[in-house]
Design a protein around this ligand. Structure first.
Ligand code: RM4
Length: 258
């Protein structure tokens, strides 16, 4: 396989499970050194051990635990990447939560938790990455925000969540404008219904799962691995003139109104 990220340094938030983990493993396969962030709890620590095993002995991998909603977490992740690998070429803002809930009875705590993790967390982490990319010699890099099909459509049980995904898309558009002068590209990936821990509960309902599968032209729910190739493309020089863009990775779900 041609290695498209040879010698590059990447940092990814929420990277020990789901989409973030799939991207981390593919970046390593493509020759990148990777700094991964994960939530500071037992479950994530054991998921990190799994990731390290799958990445293999020779992988250039460093891990930083931290709650992404805290501004210092993004700073610590970037610092670890630069201290270990010398610079930062790629940053994937992926960490996110989605606890499905009824709009009329949703608690302020759940609303604030979701917004501070998904949107504020993305803002602060992207800001930390851009500060590094702008000051390093040569300056520049590729920032990828993991938004969602939910930036473009609603979800009855996701009224607190979909605005954060629309916010991440918009953040990539505005940072693309602000950071082009430093040679920093900012783009959004919009996953469709991908099987991750975020929808384990929602898709445990066989009728819901069957309904979603029926609406997808490619006939299956997404796998986390389906996001890896698009993330490698946006990280690599193959997309050197792409910034402020959005890429749906949804099996055709968005365009299929059946
Ligand atoms: C996505 C989309 C999917 C859902 C996940 C949790 O944005 O709405 O359908 O399963 O969130």
């Amino acid at each position: 396989m041609a290695k498209l990220l040879e010698g590059k340094v990447a940092a990814i938030t929420g990277a020990v499970s789901g989409i973030g983990k799939a991207i981390a493993l593919d970046y390593i396969r493509h020759g990148a050194s990777v700094a991964v962030n994960h939530f500071p709890d037992e479950k994530s620590a054991s998921q990190l051990q799994e990731l390290q095993k799958e990445a293999g002995e020779g992988a250039n991998l460093v891990a930083v635990a931290g709650d992404i909603s805290k501004p210092e977490t993004g700073q610590e992740l970037v610092k670890a990447a630069v201290e270990k690998f010398g610079r930062l070429d790629i940053f994937v803002s992926n960490a996110g939560v989605c606890q499905f809930a009824d709009f009329l009875t949703m608690s302020p705590d759940l609303v604030n938790f979701t917004i501070s993790t998904n949107l504020n967390g993305a803002f602060f982490a992207v800001q930390a990455a851009a500060q590094q990319m702008a000051k390093q010699e040569p300056s520049g890099g590729s920032i990828i925000g993991i938004s969602s099909i939910s930036a473009l459509v609603g979800g009855a049980g996701q009224t607190h969540y979909t605005p954060t995904k629309a916010g991440i898309l918009s953040l990539m558009q505005s940072t693309a404008c602000a950071l082009g002068q430093y040679g920093i590209r900012c783009n959004a990936l919009l996953p469709g219904t991908i099987r991750t821990q975020l929808n384990d509960e929602d898709l445990a309902d066989p009728d819901k799962k069957k309904y979603m599968e029926g609406r997808i032209p490619l006939g299956r729910l997404g796998k986390t691995q389906d996001l890896a190739g698009p993330a490698v493309f946006l990280a690599s020089d193959m997309s050197e003139y792409v910034t402020g863009a959005q890429l749906l990775v949804d099996g055709g779900l968005f365009v299929n109104l059946q």
